[in-house]
Design a binder for this molecule. Structure first.
Ligand code: PLP
Length: 393
């Protein structure tokens, strides 16, 4: 270690599965003066966050807050609070994060049925319905809206119908979708929706929006045994976020500043405009990658614009390509996760990182490196395809 350890860090273009680039206003907010967690000025920020969270999540749910911790804390809050020992839980799994919901539901004491779908396809509501009907005592259904491991979007309304027809509540993971593709907690009929800060909301990792419907809240309040997690007990968290202001944990003060500014930026841009920006840049990248001669992995009809999975061509060294992108071009992309490890790259265009400039940067840098490795990437066709898409009205 040097005599004076320094924080001399490179600036990267973050185009992986998160974190995405943070807006300067969000980073500046984190350097604002420290306040106590019960300071009236800090409590005002919390209240404003709740109002903005409801707008961004498109919900009227009273019980809307942010848990301390990354997206996984939101997932754990949803599962640990909703699932009681002995509850039947059916999880539709089409990637890594669906499996994580199932694992948590088991830890919560649920009787878990996993309904597996190919990694690259969405959860099919008909097959899920058959599993829900075959399972016993189903109280909770869980599904991931935007599977970050595969780049696939599962449409939620038909899944909500399956859950509610069976008298069950629906948990939806919107970690990668919130702020990037339409999330409509109320009109979907989702009972608990959670997200994270470092994907399309473009804040540093460290807080997780969570909202619960009245039906979900009734189940949580009627629990016979308390939630397995003290830290993520939504009833205790709510008692701090609402007017009771009961101490439960010291809020991650600077993270709440960051969330506050990130949500303000989303609303200033406008949700529809923000979705359209992600859609345009994401499709331009996808057309560009195909123009280079690469093959996209996810089902064409269900591809997310915010996270693209592309197959690594035969004979190409995964680690070397990603290493060169990072060290030579300052561009971070993600490797494959779970069963797609070594088989795909994951290229994110989330929040501040979703720009036309980043589309061209990724395509040209990737083309150059692939050509060095002997894959005949057609840089010109790739850039032209991306341009054509960006030029569409
Ligand atoms: C990133 C992610 C998570 C986990 O969030 P962390 O911030 O890494 O804890 C959960 N679900 C999905 C779909 C994700 O993309």
């Amino acid at each position: 270690m040097p005599a004076t350890p320094s924080l001399n860090l490179p600036t990267r273009v973050l185009m992986g599965p998160g974190p995405s680039g943070a807006h300067p206003r969000v980073l500046r907010a984190m350097t604002a003066p420290m306040l106590g967690h019960l300071d009236p000025d800090f409590l005002r920020l919390m209240d404003e966050c709740r109002v903005m969270l409801r707008k961004v999540l498109r919900t009227e749910n009273e019980h809307t807050l942010a848990t301390p911790g990354t997206g996984t804390s939101g997932m754990e809050a949803a599962v640990m609070n909703l699932v009681e020992p002995g509850d039947g839980v059916v999880v539709g799994i089409c990637g890594y994060f669906g499996e994580r919901i199932a694992e948590m539901a088991e830890r919560a004491g649920g009787e878990v049925t996993r309904v597996q779908f190919p990694w690259g396809s969405p959860v099919d509501p008909d097959e899920l319905e058959r599993a829900v009907k075959a399972a016993r005592n189903v109280k909770v259904v869980g599904v991931v809206h935007a599977e970050t491991s595969t780049g696939v979007e599962t449409p939620i309304p038909p899944i909500a119908k399956v859950a509610h027809d069976a008298g069950a509540l629906l948990i939806v993971d919107c970690v990668t979708s919130l702020g990037g593709v339409p999330v409509e907690a109320d009109s979907w009929g989702a009972d608990v929706v959670y997200s994270g800060t470092q994907k399309c909301l473009s804040a540093p990792p460290g807080a997780a929006p969570v909202t619960a419907s009245n039906a979900a809240w009734e189940k949580i309040r009627a629990r016979e045994v308390p939630c397995n997690s003290f830290y993520l007990d939504l009833q205790l968290l709510e008692a701090y976020w609402d007017e009771r202001r009961a101490y439960h944990h010291t809020a991650p003060i600077s993270m709440v500043y960051a969330l506050h500014q990130a949500l303000a930026l989303v609303l200033e841009e406008g949700l529809e405009a923000r979705w359209a920006r992600h859609e345009r840049n994401g499709r331009a990248l996808q057309d560009g990658l195909e123009g280079l001669g690469l093959t996209l992995h996810a089902d064409a009809a269900h591809r997310l614009p915010v996270l693209t999975t592309v197959r690594i061509p035969e004979g190409i060294d995964d680690a070397e390509v990603r290493g060169k992108l990072l060290h030579r071009h300052g561009v971070e992309i993600g490797g494959g996760l779970g069963e797609l490890r070594g088989k795909t790259w994951r290229i994110g265009l989330m929040g501040e990182s979703s720009t036309p400039g980043n589309v061209f940067l990724a395509l040209s840098a990737l083309a150059r490196i692939l050509r060095e490795q002997g894959f005949p990437a057609d840089m010109r066709a790739g850039l032209e395809a991306a341009t054509a898409r960006l030029d569409q009205p």
